[in-house]
Write a new protein. Structure first.
Length: 106
C-alpha cells in the first residue's frame, strides 16, 4: 500500500486526488485507490483548463501545509486527477500539519 505522504531529502512527496470544478475549495479526507494507494483529497473550484485547477490545488496545499506557494510543485499527473506534489521544507512539520486532514473534511 502506498501512503499519501513520503519523506524525501528536501521535504515531502504528497499524493493527492484533485476534483476540479467543485462547489468550494477544500482539503481533507482520504481516498483509497483499488490497489490500496492512499491520497489526500483536494477539491478546487477552478476548472481543469490551462492548468488552472493544478495552480489552485498547489495554492491550497501550500496554505494547508503552512508553506509558500514557491515551496510546492506538481511533479506528476498534470493532466490527471491523481497528482504528486513535492513540498519543500521540514518534513516532520509538513506531515504534522497535513496528517489530520486525512481524517475528514476540512
Amino acid at each position: 500500500m502506498t501512503k499519501a505522504f513520503q519523506e524525501t531529502g528536501e521535504g515531502v512527496l504528497l499524493r493527492v486526488r484533485v476534483t476540479p470544478g467543485a462547489s468550494k475549495d477544500a482539503v481533507g479526507g482520504l481516498w483509497r485507490g483499488p490497489d490500496g494507494e492512499e491520497r489526500l483529497i483536494v477539491r478546487v473550484t477552478a476548472p481543469p483548463d490551462k492548468g488552472r485547477a493544478n495552480a489552485a490545488a498547489g495554492k491550497l496545499i501550500a496554505k494547508a501545509a503552512g508553506l509558500a506557494k514557491s515551496d510546492v510543485a506538481i511533479i506528476a499527473g498534470e493532466k490527471d486527477r491523481l497528482k504528486n506534489f513535492a513540498l519543500r521544507g521540514d518534513a516532520a512539520a509538513i506531515i504534522a500539519r497535513l496528517a489530520p486532514l486525512l481524517e475528514g473534511q476540512d
